[in-house]
Design a protein around this ligand. Structure first.
Ligand SMILES: NC(=O)c1ccc[n+]([C@@H]2O[C@H](COP(=O)([O-])OP(=O)(O)OC[C@H]3O[C@@H](n4cnc5c(N)ncnc54)[C@H](O)[C@@H]3O)[C@@H](O)[C@H]2O)c1
Length: 330
């Protein structure tokens, strides 16, 4: 059976995707360059279960490296999740976003088009900016309010160009605020959990009433696999829970999961932050058969459990920093 290639394999979402596809019987080639926007040791922890699997091969490789071509040439599907994510830093570090999200995506498109391999790629709710109508559907205009969002619009536009010009099969997925175990440390819930466990104040940008369509990573992975199997070539789907909640309400639920009362501090919203996110998921439901299944309570409990485990594992690993890298060299 042909392998699948997953770019960004050591990251938050793609590491879960690797495990799901391994469990489904696939051979998985994971590609990641360990880009420095957060600690390599966290990404190595993300990969631990996959590297122990005999049908997994890890390639420490930049997607701009020509060696990607050979891996793609063998593949049945390519899942392209490698990117520089995050909204706020995209004002200052745009060269990095340009390299990973635009030039990197073009390299993946070149390789998949050359070998006629179906491509499933990650886009983002950030392409919408402050949508006028909520819940937002895929037909809404793309008016990003951050350079990151603009880079994801470019990801979609480039994919469309390759699809139309070379007949490449592409399926785009606009992920909405993904949470759960291994969430990136710069993301809100991961920061909140870390602050509460450390007994620090929880810093919120804005008044806390902004709506967020929090989507559990296991549901996002299910939608991503469904997109490979059933997604319409050329389509782009919202991948979301379809339930928007005010951030303060989610913080309350997080306090319950941690059994702690959050101490809140407020700062102004930052350029690039959207006011509300809330997706219409009808298209993904109709065409992918996707519906998010994980309740916020279950999802938060899973994220908190993993965050606690990681704190212990990282503290134990501190005196001996070579222990985590040895797992990857197997
Ligand atoms: N997490 C979310 O809520 C969310 C929401 C919308 C869209 N997305 C998109 O989903 C994808 C995964 O996001 P994530 O939160 O798991 O991020 P992540 O940072 O945890 O994972 C991305 C991975 O890509 C790797 N990478 C970056 N540049 C690379 C390059 N040039 N070559 C090879 N590897 C490279 C990084 O090392 C990292 O491990 C991204 O495309 C992101 O834009 C995420």
């Amino acid at each position: 059976m042909k392998p699948v290639v997953i770019t960004g394999a050591a990251g938050f979402i793609a590491s879960h995707l690797c495990e799901a596809l391994l469990a489904a019987g696939c051979t998985v080639y994971g590609v990641d360059a360990f880009s420095p926007h957060y600690a390599r040791e966290l990404k190595e922890l993300n990969l631990l279960a996959s590297v122990a699997h005999k049908r997994f091969a890890f390639h420490e490789l930049d997607i701009l490296d020509p060696a990607l071509d050979e891996l793609v040439g063998e593949a049945k599907w390519v899942f392209h999740l490698a990117a520089r994510p995050g909204v706020r830093d995209s004002w200052s570090d745009f060269e990095d976003y340009n390299r990973a999200n635009i030039l990197g995506t073009r390299a993946v498109l070149d390789a998949t088009a050359r070998h006629h391999v179906r491509l499933i790629y990650a886009s983002s709710s950030s392409v919408y900016g402050n949508a006028v109508e909520l819940p937002v559907s895929e037909a809404a205009p793309l008016r990003p309010v951050s350079p990151y969002g603009a880079s994801k619009v470019m990801t979609e536009m480039l994919s469309g160009a390759y699809a139309r010009s070379y007949g490449l099969e592409t399926v785009g997925l606009r992920y909405f605020t993904v949470y759960g175990p291994r969430q990136r440390p710069d993301m809100a819930l991961a920061r909140f959990i870390e602050a509460m466990l450390a007994g620090r104040e929880v810093l919120l940008f804005g008044d806390g009433r902004q709506l967020r369509d929090f989507t559990y990573v296991g549901d996002v992975v299910a939608a991503t696999v469904a997109a490979a199997e059933r997604g319409r070539a050329g389509a782009v789907y919202n991948v979301a829970s379809g339930n928007a909640r005010p951030l303060l309400e989610v913080l309350d639920a997080l306090g319950d999961a941690l059994n702690r009362e959050p101490r809140l501090a407020f700062d102004t919203t930052k350029a690039g932050d959207v006011r509300d996110t809330w997706a219409c998921t009808d298209l993904a439901c109709r065409e992918l058969g996707f519906q998010a299944e994980t309740s916020l309570t279950e999802g938060l409990a899973a994220q908190v459990r993993e965050a606690k485990r990681r704190r212990v594992a990282l503290a134990a690993a501190k005196p001996n920093t070579s222990s985590s890298s040895s797992a990857l060299s197997r």
